[in-house]
Design a protein around this ligand. Structure first.
Ligand code: PLP
Length: 493
């Protein structure tokens, strides 16, 4: 296949009535990595080490897993990755919901190199730089009610900063009693200690329990798991549980309520009922509680609108973005906030007390500017919306596979939940390690998915997530379904 304007897509457009504006591959084929694009070997690894297995303890790398061998990924293009043996993988989750515009988009690297060659780093107290100004301009233009953007590196840093910002705001407004945070369970907001405190993910918290701050939890809505069976009055699924929690905390005690507007790994892509976000917005407004929308995972266009929350016409007070805004080309995240919140701090202490060396970094900001411009030039957020019915329509076939209990999500985000009994929805025993084993089997079959466990009761529950790059084609979605089915049959038959 020849070089293409948008990686993984042909320029032709079919007249298919079901998705008229979506570019389709000409003959249902999936994208092939271009042999002519094979780069010269990157000379980072010394020849004497290149034959050493990429596992503990042979390698000097402190790997995320100390119990497995890691294939050496050497290149990516579109929705595809290739390892050093030439094996190809369909990256059905963009690494970790990150590769929004696809792998191997040369413009992004070019923009980063140009910025690094001109100016790589200045400290954000002494200077500003063109890239951070450009990124903030683009981000606030997409969320006009939130007039200021603070730029960081990871999602955890952004959530940490958002929660500290909420606390500092209330102190500077003279309401120091507002020191409580409310969050959903299940829910995930990051791995640094305050973000982890807000996260209801038992296995991540296991070692650090006595270092975490106390965060009040309310049950997350769940169409598949809640015992309410669709009851409109269900406090968890309607959102009214939030008001009960705020009242229970006492007047003037709650600083912020943080949630993922569309669930990520923790709930397996749970989409709340239509009235849910309006209800929690009204409750927050009524009780003067800041609403923090954590869109590190679900934002940046993945659900078919720039932010997931705007689908319901709801505006948060603080918004976090990460992962997809840099497309994986650089670690970059953002905290967007209402002007009047920043004004309080500006008139008071004069600074958010959260300086980090690499905030507002020129090169990572340049990567995000180029990624956002690429998305805009190719209308990739619109493409997410148009591909959503195609994606979910084809994923419906997964429901018939052994072990699959539910398939859910929005846009190009989906969760597939595994159950031991489809009728009763009983989860597998944890010792079976279904999500982890499925992920390994899928990787062997050349399909990259993201596993999560524990959403049923903190311990039980197995699911995997799919979140392909926004450029995915119909043929590649068919390929996801085929490889997923292969992995299911390998694991369960
Ligand atoms: C909703 C949400 N918030 C925060 C984070 C933390 O982001 P990071 O892993 O970049 O620190 C994640 C990571 O998956 C996430 O899904």
């Amino acid at each position: 296949m020849k070089s293409m304007g948008v990686r993984g897509c042909t320029k032709s457009r079919s007249a298919r009535p079901d998705a008229p504006d979506v570019p389709w591959p000409t003959s249902g084929e999936v994208h092939q990595l271009r042999p002519d694009a094979r780069p010269a070997t990157f000379a980072a690894v010394s020849p004497s080490r290149s034959a050493v297995p990429h596992r503990y303890p042979e390698s000097p790398v402190f790997y995320r897993s100390l119990t497995r061998e890691h294939p050496m990924a050497v290149r990516g293009e579109g929705c595809w990755l290739e390892d050093a043996t030439g094996k190809r993988y369909l990256d059905a989750v963009g690494g970790a919901y990150v590769a929004s515009i696809g792998h191997g988009v040369r413009e992004i690297g070019d923009a980063m190199a140009a910025q690094a060659g001109r100016l790589a780093y200045v400290n954000g107290t002494a200077f500003t730089n063109e890239a951070v100004e450009g990124l903030a301009e683009r981000l606030v233009a997409r969320s006009p009610a939130l007039g200021k953007a603070y730029i960081l590196g990871s999602g955890s840093e952004a959530v940490e900063a958002a929660l500290k910002l909420a606390r500092q705001y209330w102190i500077e407004r003279g309401e120091a009693g507002r020191n409580r945070i409310i969050a959903l369970s299940p829910g995930y907001h990051g791995n640094t200690l305050l973000a982890l405190s807000a996260s209801a993910r038992a296995h991540y918290r296991a070692y650090w329990g006595d270092w975490l701050v106390d965060v009040q939890r309310i049950p997350a809505p769940s169409a598949y798991r809640c015992s309410c069976d669709g009851d409109v009055a269900c406090p968890a699924c309607s959102g009214t549980a939030l008001e009960e929690a705020i009242v229970a905390a006492g007047p003037g005690r709650v600083a912020a309520f943080i949630l993922e507007p569309v669930g990520g790994s923790s709930t397996g892509g749970n989409v709340p009922r239509d009235g849910y976000l309006r209800t929690v917005r009204e409750i927050c407004t009524r009780h003067d509680v800041l609403l923090i929308a954590d869109e590190i995972l679900c934002g940046a266009g993945r659900t078919g609108t720039w932010t997931a929350i705007e689908h319901w016409g709801v505006v948060p007070d603080i918004l976090t973005l990460g992962k997809g805004i840099g497309g994986g080309y650089a670690p970059v995240s953002a905290v967007l906030v209402r002007d009047d919140i920043v004004d309080v701090i500006a008139r008071g202490s004069g600074a958010l007390m959260h300086a980090q060396t690499f905030s507002h970094h020129a090169v990572t900001c340049a990567a995000a500017v180029a990624t956002l411009d690429y998305m805009a030039a190719h209308d990739l957020v619109g493409r997410c919306a148009r591909m959503a019915p195609v994606f979910h329509g084809k994923l419906d076939a997964l429901r018939a596979l052994p072990g699959v209990g539910d398939v859910r999500g929005r846009g190009l985000l989906a969760g597939v939940e595994f159950v031991a009994d489809v009728r009763t929805r009983a989860p597998f025993a944890r010792e079976a390690r279904v999500a982890e084993r499925f992920t390994r089997v899928a990787q062997d079959a050349g399909l990259i998915v993201w596993p999560n466990v524990g959403h049923v009761d903190g311990g039980l529950g197995d699911l995997v997530m799919l979140a392909p790059p926004y450029i995915i084609t119909e043929g590649e979605i068919d390929e996801i379904v085929a490889r997923f089915a292969l992995a299911c049959h390998t694991l369960f038959d």
